[in-house]
Design a binder for this molecule. Structure first.
Ligand code: HEM
Length: 507
């Protein structure tokens, strides 16, 4: 009786203090987050287990790669970084989370990256949670990304390279000129990927960003990464057409870009009879040929989605890698000279992919650039499937989000000795040994892994393997401000600024 009376008193007091209802509910919600998600025993920063707000704020600040690295150094391989969010840095768990047969699926982190059109969600493989649909789409475009198709795209890359060389020749007229190389490499990569995909350059190199493609990515990437931490907010922001206009203004590149893309596709369709599988074919023509031989395999909407997806996924990532290659090797003179020596003794202009791809040190430099500064350094979120899963010796409930940040995994000192240092030679079997190289390759995560692994990696490698030797054959480079480090802000990607060089023409 006494207990009932006490409860009655508390309830009456509480009803009188109605203004406490909201704070009490919020506190209960935070406590449930902290203690009711089955992750209580997993170490991590204390505050972050109560709410996703601190994590979202950290991502917005742009240095989440550094924070995650510090957390893993302090707490170990498995860190709780949100109420239902775990960061993993364990090469042995790549297969569990990302492997070919895994049941883990893309988490809601990708929701703010989802494109919509008048028919609803655009089926972009990058964001698809539906595994059946994802594998169907990927299968039907696989030959367009294959190595043999990529070899047919070389001529398109050469055309954009010529434009770049003309501009750099002009810059080199005065060897004292400070050249914004980061911008040139970015414009080159955007023009090339559009050219490969649609057979026409965006011509950013010559005309600047008139379609606002780069500006749009610069705005949307931090949004995607930040709101990806609290994806339910997306429908009130860019997921809402009124708010999207307010936030993005006229920076939706899709209209201008779609116009060019659609007119190129119409042109290709008219001339498709003159094209054959043997090529040369642009990416879009290859998909149109697939459609012609099996009309049910790919719809027009999917075809455009694949091709426009290349622009979103392939322009910034490739230019980030190019910048890293030049920045790191120019800061390490010995490495730069070794690279120049290899290229200049084995290649001639115009550089063919088939010959340059055999250069061991060039390949090591590219891999080290992707290790030290992975273009997509953040955690690639996946949701634990029905029934839960065992990760790093812990049982993790279904619905929990987990993921590996490549920036952290690539700095695991147990796998990479002196992990913060630029050492391309670590990737040479002659200098590292077979076993160690195999374990490093297992931990190389710049392109992701499993069914969602990067579709365009061969395309990107072809561009890089052709361009870097061509530039080194034509010019001598030096950093304009050798003691001034580059800057970068991490969101979905990690685009750098401040890669300024001086250029001397050689040939
Ligand atoms: C150095 C350059 C590149 C890097 C480091 C890179 C990195 C990545 C990563 C990490 C993923 C996996 C994302 C995830 O699991 O959530 C991915 C997916 C993807 N990438 Fe790349 N990428 C590069 C270049 C390209 C290029 C040039 C293209 C297009 C031609 C491209 C097209 C794609 C596509 C379509 C996906 C989605 C694949 C899927 O989910 O099935 N990427 N990329």
């Amino acid at each position: 009786m006494a207990i009932v009376a006490t409860i009655g008193h508390v309830a009456r007091d509480f009803v009188g203090k109605w203004y406490l209802v909201i704070p009490v509910c919020v506190c209960l919600y935070f406590l449930r987050n902290r203690y009711g998600r089955g992750l209580r025993r997993i170490p991590g920063p204390f505050l972050q287990s109560f709410s996703m707000i601190p994590r979202a704020w950290q991502v917005w600040q742009g240095n989440i790669h550094q924070r995650d690295l510090e957390y893993h150094q302090k707490y170990g391989k498995l860190v709780r970084i949100g109420p239902r969010l775990l960061s993993l840095s364990d090469v042995d768990e790549i297969n569990t989370v990302y492997g070919i047969t895994t049941k883990f699926y893309k988490s809601s982190f990708y929701d703010p990256s989802t494109p919509y059109d008048e028919e609803g969600i655009v089926p972009d493989p990058f964001i698809l949670k539906d595994k059946m649909m994802h594998s169907r789409m990927k299968r039907n475009a696989a030959n367009a990304y294959s190595l043999s198709s990529v070899l047919q795209l070389e001529a398109y890359v050469d055309e954009v390279e010529e434009k770049l060389f003309k501009l750099l020749d002009r810059e080199a007229e005065n060897p004292e000129n400070v050249v914004a190389f980061d911008h040139y490499l970015h414009a080159f990569a955007m023009d090339t990927i559009f050219m490969i995909s649609f057979g026409k350059s965006l011509n950013i190199l010559e005309n600047g960003d008139e379609h606002k493609v780069m500006a749009c990515f610069d705005t949307i990437m931090p949004y995607m990464a930040t709101i990806g931490q609290m994806p339910w907010l997306h429908k009130f922001l860019v997921g809402n057409s009124f708010m999207a206009k307010l936030i993005l203004g006229d920076m939706t590149f899709e209209t201008g870009l779609m116009k060019i893309a659609s007119s190129q596709v119409e042109g290709f369709k008219k001339n498709l009879d003159q094209r054959s599988e043997e090529g040369p074919c642009t990416f879009t023509e290859r998909l149109l040929l697939n459609q012609k031989s099996n009309p049910d395999s790919i719809t027009e909407r999917e075809l455009i989605t694949h091709a426009l997806g290349n622009i979103t996924a392939g322009g910034d990532t490739t230019s980030i890698t190019l910048r890293s290659i030049f920045y790191f090797s120019l800061r390490n003179k010995e490495s730069y000279h070794r690279l120049c020596h290899e290229v200049r003794s084995n290649c001639s202009l115009p550089v063919a992919y088939s010959s340059a791809q055999k250069l061991p040190y060039l390949n090591a430099v590219i891999k080290e650039a992707l290790r030290l500064h992975p273009p997509m350094p953040i955690m690639l979120g996946r949701t634990v499937p029905k029934g839960g899963a065992e990760i790093c010796g812990h049982y993790i409930r279904e619905g929990t989000e987990v993921g590996i940040p490549s920036y952290v995994l690539h700095r695991d000192p147990a796998i990479f000795t002196d992990p913060g240092a630029w050492k391309p030679e670590r990737w040479l079997e002659t200098e590292t040994g077979k076993d160690r190289l195999a374990s490093m390759n297992r931990a190389f995560f710049a392109f992701g892994a499993g069914p969602h692994t990067c579709s365009g990696r061969h395309i990107s490698m072809m561009e890089i393997v052709k361009l870097v030797p061509s530039l080194l054959l034509k010019y001598d480079f030096e950093l304009a401000f050798p003691t001034r480090p580059w800057t970068f802000r991490v969101s979905m990607l990690a685009p750098q600024k401040g890669v300024n060089v001086t250029i001397k023409k050689r040939v």
